[in-house]
Design a protein around this ligand. Structure first.
Ligand code: GLN
Length: 276
């Protein structure tokens, strides 16, 4: 089978299965299985792919037809310019979350300590440590499978970080200069409306913000004061319509200078507050 035939096969199969961006996804999978880049393809479209490559390519198409996200097939996602390993036990890092990392990094200085709650793949924890190698970072997650992924990413990126299995603050001792989190925040009734890739293949526990979507913000806002040093900052990713309600939760718990930061699409994305 030639490269051209392979791409055509992939486009047809994924289009038939109503996969969004079928052409592009077929291309990415072909590129991933053969190592052939775009300019090579344009120069030699009639080059044959090996039987092993064809077999692997067909298997990845089977997976994508079942709406398994591309990132779970290839096992990686870029975030903050770094490559993270991902699997079905963690939320795939989203570009939207880069705003949270950038906002937190403005406050986080070398020598400070920080805690990343619901760390998942570790994308927030580890990219912050990549930016602030002199900071001391701890990641917590309830899921041991997610922590294994975070540990693999810690190894992959060669940074130092502590990882703790903990339901929010349950196993956390001591106080930090910064607490950051992108907790699950989708309203339960909205989960079934999400695209198949997310609804069927990303961890339910990474999406589910309970009835009103605010469950984790409430718990974090209540307990964070016990785990923040004087002058410490709390940085939370939020959904586009949660800016007001999460700001209010922080003010109720005595946080000051509470503000909402927008993402590149102009939507509310981060709420931050300080504990004096
Ligand atoms: N903190 C991780 C991330 O931002 C996981 C978030 C989650 O599971 N809700 O990707």
């Amino acid at each position: 089978m030639t490269l051209r035939e392979a791409w055509k096969l992939g486009k047809d199969r994924l289009t038939e299965a109503q996969v969004p961006d079928a052409d592009l996804d077929a291309w990415y999978l072909l590129e991933w299985c053969t190592g052939v880049n775009r300019s090579h393809y344009l120069a030699w479209p009639e080059e044959a792919i090996s039987p092993e490559q064809e077999e692997q390519y067909r298997q990845t198409l089977n997976q994508r037809e079942r709406r398994i996200p591309l990132q779970q097939i290839t096992g990686e996602q870029e975030f903050m310019g770094l490559s993270f390993y991902v699997n079905e036990h963690v939320l795939i890092p989203r570009q939207d979350t880069e705003v949270l990392v950038e906002e937190t990094a403005k406050f986080l200085k070398d020598g400070m300590s920080f805690l990343d709650l619901c760390t998942g793949s570790g994308c927030i924890l580890l990219s912050l440590l990549h930016l602030r190698a002199g900071a001391e970072g701890t990641g917590a997650d309830l899921s041991p499978e997610a922590l294994k992924v975070a540990a693999q990413n810690r190894e992959r990126l060669g940074v130092k970080a502590e990882l703790i299995e903990s339901d929010l603050f349950d196993k956390i001792e001591g106080a930090f200069d910064v607490i950051v989190s992108n907790p699950p925040y989708i309203k339960r009734e909205e989960i079934e409306t999400l695209m198949d890739e997310v609804r069927l293949h990303e961890p339910y526990m990474a999406l589910d913000g309970h009835e009103d979507g605010l469950y984790f913000y409430r718990k974090i806002a209540e307990e964070a004061p016990k785990h923040l040093r004087a002058g410490g900052g709390l940085f939370l990713e939020i959904g586009w319509d949660q800016g007001e309600s999460v700001s209010e939760l922080l003010r109720e718990q005595g946080f000051s200078d509470v503000k909402v930061v927008k993402d590149l699409a102009g939507l509310d994305r981060v709420v931050e507050g300080y504990y004096r």
